[in-house]
Design a protein. Structure first.
Length: 92
């Protein structure tokens, strides 16, 4: 199917930028710029090879302290956006 990628600017988190690459319906790689390095490295290693929909289901709605979102939630939002773009034929 080929690799598809997106650069995503999260809202309401310490992470300033996410670079996400998927291969078909699985996460190929995720890079986080800014944020909590150890936690985000853990998330990166955890999600590699996981189905996109599974990551969305597990991470969507997670909050961080008093914030209404989190880096995992923003990753889910990014994947939702990437899925929408892929389904509309924007990313090939």
């Amino acid at each position: 199917m080929g690799l598809k990628s997106i650069q995503y600017r999260p809202q309401g988190t310490c992470c300033g930028l996410m670079n996400v690459v998927i291969d078909g319906d699985k996460i190929y790689d995720v890079e986080f710029i800014g944020g909590c390095p150890g936690n985000l490295m853990g998330i990166r290693h955890m999600v590699k090879g996981m189905p996109v929909q599974e990551v969305i289901e597990k991470f969507q709605g997670i909050t961080c302290g008093a914030k209404k979102t989190s880096c995992p939630d923003q990753l889910a939002q990014c994947l939702i956006e990437l899925t929408k773009q892929s389904n509309n034929g924007i990313l090939k």
